[in-house]
Design a binder for this molecule. Structure first.
Ligand code: NAD
Length: 353
């Protein structure tokens, strides 16, 4: 059976970075003799421009049938005046819900030669290669009761986790650690929060199923500091929704450019893979975007949705080779010579061979 992948190019630089990722996907699949059927569907502003809702039912149905979904970006200033559910971004929220995605995976690594590109000192950033595994559907953002009582001047939210929710996300982290350097750092606030005490107990119990993986616990405030003072000490960072939201954006600075960052959101069905960046309307249509975040997201799709670990590793190695040779897109070139988005894709595809 051929594998099926749905591409959702979306808005702004989305179509440019997805075209780049597609070239690399096609090349690696051809080399491996893997048959992949690729379908492209509208989402976000691109759907609105065709007179469709931001998440057309046919797009959602195609995604639900696929093995994996690769998204560019959504967001178009032309629709910023619409109510939030009708805006392009509403399409992405609907898609995440429709696919039942409960785990968000955000790798942050330093690619060769990019040690000085971000705000961290090169000697601090060097050697960093971590993966944040964030619970995506529970905790403070979704638990009830929640509300605001304007008459009394109070507002409240609830942080609730069940044993099942914690086990489910912890397994994602332990499984990922098995394929990496076999260290899980579970991040909580167990000195203050009962949810964290349950979290810590469940993760500790589950660790006995993974004897080859070392488990550490860390308080979230200590972790926030360590991520920017000694990021290379981490392998897999496992955490709940709110902490993960904050820590994954903090960890993003390690890489040096937002254009380098991939992500994966997974549930029990098809996963959604997307670069971390948005539609970048300021540079859209100029073929200058960095496509590496999208290409690395395609590698994550191969690994997580198709089980094509070797092909995923081959893409990572090709990105590594191209950056080691000194090729840079504008965001990484610091005003120096640089290659276009499409040229970077050709270089990565050629480096696969
Ligand atoms: P953004 O990520 O689009 O851009 C922030 C800055 O980073 C811009 O200066 C942009 O030029 C630069 N940048 C982003 N990606 C780059 C790349 N690949 N190569 C080089 N430079 C890159 O964030 P924003 O400006 O806050 O948002 C723009 C639009 O994207 C908004 O409509 C927003 O709602 C949407 N958005 C979508 C997503 C998503 O689709 N997942 C995520 C964030 C923002």
């Amino acid at each position: 059976m051929p594998h099926s992948i749905v591409l959702l190019p979306g808005d702004g630089i989305g179509p440019e970075v997805i075209a780049a990722a597609r070239l690399v996907l096609d090349t690696v699949a051809r080399r491996a003799g893997r048959e992949i059927v690729i379908e492209s569907c509208p989402i976000g502003g691109a759907a609105l421009r065709q007179g469709l809702p931001p998440l057309p039912p046919a797009t959602l149905a195609a995604c639900q049938r696929a093995d994996g979904v690769l998204l560019g970006a959504v967001g178009d200033p032309a629709f910023d005046h619409l109510p939030s559910s009708e805006r392009p971004e509403g399409g992405l929220l609907g898609l995440r819900k429709g696919l039942g995605l409960y785990a968000n995976l955000r790798p942050a690594r330093i690619w060769p030669g990019c040690e000085g590109a971000g705000p961290l000192k090169p000697e601090v950033a060097r050697g960093s290669d971590l993966l944040i595994v964030r619970e995506l559907t529970g905790g403070l953002y979704f638990s009830e009761p929640r509300g605001i009582d304007r008459d009394r001047g109070v507002a409240f939210n609830t942080m609730r986790y069940s044993v099942g929710e914690i086990e489910r996300i912890a397994r994602v982290a332990f499984d990922a650690a098995r394929r990496r350097r076999r260290l899980v750092t579970s991040v909580d606030k167990a000195n203050v929060l009962e949810t964290s005490q349950l979290w810590r107990a469940v993760v500790t119990r589950l660790a006995s199923d993974y004897p080859e993986v070392t488990l550490q616990h860390m308080y979230v405030d200590a972790c926030a500091m360590a991520l920017v003072t000694s990021p290379s000490r981490f392998d897999v960072v496992l955490t709940e929704n709110l902490f993960g939201d904050i820590l994954s954006d903090e960890a993003a600075v390690i890489a040096g450019s937002i254009g380098l960052l991939p992500s994966a959101s997974i549930g029990d069905g098809p996963g959604l893979f997307e670069p971390v960046h948005g539609s970048a309307p300021d540079i859209a249509g100029r073929d200058i975007a960095n496509p590496i975040g999208a290409i690395a997201s395609a590698a994550m799709l191969l690994e997580h949705s198709l089980g094509a670990v070797e092909e995923a590793r081959a893409i990572d190695a090709a990105i590594n080779r191209v950056l080691t040779e000194g090729h840079r897109t504008a965001d990484l070139a610091g005003g120096g010579p640089h290659v276009s988005c499409s040229r970077m894709a050709e270089l990565v595809a050629a480096a696969l061979a």
